[in-house]
Design a protein around this ligand. Structure first.
Ligand SMILES: Cc1cc2nc3c(=O)[nH]c(=O)nc-3n(C[C@H](O)[C@H](O)[C@H](O)COP(=O)(O)O)c2cc1C
Length: 362
């Protein structure tokens, strides 16, 4: 019955422009119209990462709930965690519309939103009303017209320190000109020094250390990956999120929409982002947490991210195609995999196919 409801709802949403459909889905979550479909709790799926206990390893990636309007409703869909943002200090409108495109045949999305968001204060006020134990991460970025981008990230840490369970410094959106340059060795080192110094100061005041993750692009050279790994380890960063959207258009069926500029996500990103994840796992060793993102559409693809070396997994685009029951389905599927393979923990498969994925070319 829930499946019938969801397939009808999805057909209706697909008649709308993608950004309008997104707004309707947020309203649905706000009003409780979207049925909750969480899977039963399974201790084999509980993961401790960067000192935090996640009820299951499947999270909602940044960009869906940019303004922290519905984080708790999203957790009720069965996600083990959700990430709000990217938020920037000042509100900003983003790029001109239309700026989100569905590639239906490819089960993909291209977006060039450009960090449209209501700014720090709006998100902060909403997060203050949430349960402090809810596993909500805050993804921080810089305003397009910022004179000091690093200062914007530092402001993000200080502003959200009391409400974020973890932070993600997003330096990998392709839609803010020059942002990805922060991935270069020296700029990244300067960014992490400033961000982690602010975190350490706040940690002293609050007597709680909130972990900081870094979200990277899938469009990196081998040398670029070497640099990020070296800087992350040097600064004792708590984790990496691999990856954001890609500028590549390889292998797409919808050649018309493929011409739109912006970042590509969804199924066609799976292979590339999983290769970069495994290559980063090889570089940073077994202990640094990695969150695998890109093209996850099923329990099998989520499990493959873990086999490639991920501690946790996130998704966004495939939920546009599969509907809000997707997280629950994936979590059930991971429990079934634990049954089949007689695993005590889903983490027992972690890294079993890192070599396979790292040996491929992204
Ligand atoms: C419409 C849209 C908006 C996004 N906005 C953000 C964002 O604000 N910050 C960010 O870090 N990632 C953003 N992303 C990237 C996703 O978080 C994710 O890294 C990427 O889409 C790959 O995962 P997926 O294939 O499961 O969608 C966005 C993705 C989409 C499709």
């Amino acid at each position: 019955m829930i499946d019938v409801f969801q397939s009808l709802a999805r057909r209706g949403l697909f008649l709308l422009d993608p950004e309008a459909a997104h707004g309707v889905s947020i309203k649905g979550l706000k009003t409780g119209l979207v049925p909750a479909c969480a899977a039963p709790a399974d201790p084999r799926l509980v993961q401790t990462v960067a000192g935090l206990s996640f009820a299951n390893p499947i999270g909602l990636a940044a960009g869906y709930d940019k303004n922290a309007e519905v984080p708790e409703a999203l957790l009720r869909l069965g996600f083990g965690f959700t990430e709000i943002g990217t938020v920037t200090p000042k509100p900003q409108a983003g790029n001109d519309k239309p700026r989100i495109f569905r590639l239906v045949e490819d089960e993909a999305v291209i977006n060039r939103l450009g960090f449209n968001n209501e700014g720090h204060q709006a998100a902060l006020q909403r997060l203050k009303t949430c349960d402090r134990k809810a596993m909500i991460g805050v993804n921080i970025g810089a305003n397009k017209d910022s004179a000091d981008r690093i200062a914007d990230y530092v402001t993000g840490i200080r502003t959200f320190y009391g409400v974020a369970r973890y932070f993600t410094a997003n330096i990998s959106s392709p839609n803010t000109p020059g942002l990805r340059d922060l991935q270069a060795r020296e700029s990244l080192s300067a960014l992490l020094s400033a961000v982690l110094a602010a975190r350490d100061e706040e940690a002293k005041k609050a007597a709680i250390r909130v972990p900081v993750f870094l979200k990277i692009a899938p469009d990196l050279t081998e040398e670029g990956m070497d640099d990020i790994a070296a800087v992350a380890l040097e600064h004792s960063l708590e984790g990496l999120i691999v990856s954001n959207t890609t500028l590549s258009r390889d292998g797409l069926k919808d050649q018309q929409q493929a011409k739109e500029s912006g970042g590509l996500s969804g199924k066609p990103l799976f292979e590339k982002s999983t290769i970069v994840l495994a290559k980063m796992r090889k570089r940073v060793g077994p202990d640094l947490p990695i969150i695998g993102v890109g093209g996850v559409s099923s329990a099998e693809t989520a499990a493959e991210k873990i086999r490639a070396g991920a501690n946790l997994v996130q998704l966004y685009s495939c939920m546009v195609y599969e509907g809000p029951s997707l997280p629950g389905k994936i979590v059930r599927g991971l429990s079934a995999l634990c049954d089949r393979e007689k695993l005590n923990s889903i983490s027992d498969i972690r890294g079993s196919r890192t070599d396979y994925w790292a040996g491929k070319n992204a």
